[in-house]
Design a protein around this ligand. Sequence first.
Ligand SMILES: [Ca+2]
Length: 87
Amino acid sequence: MIVGAHVYSSNTGRAYAYFGSSSMNNAADMTLTGEGTGNYFGISVSGAGDLNGDGYDDVIVGAYGTVPAPAVLTCITVELRRTILRT
Ligand SMILES: [Ca+2]
């Protein structure tokens, strides 16, 4: 599951991913943060399926204010694979 928090820290924004397991907790397994104030990173989030066909689900995160043209929604995709993303 992915949760967007686009107004975090002067609208820098964040997205929190929870991988899930047999026991529940409220600690995010992965936290992504926008690059700067006004990015609104996380204004839209969604599951994206398995974009690269490696068997691991991917998510997509939108950031409204990251490019010169504010009408363009910039997106990144992140793979929900614990072994790669947890450091
Ligand atoms: Ca994948």
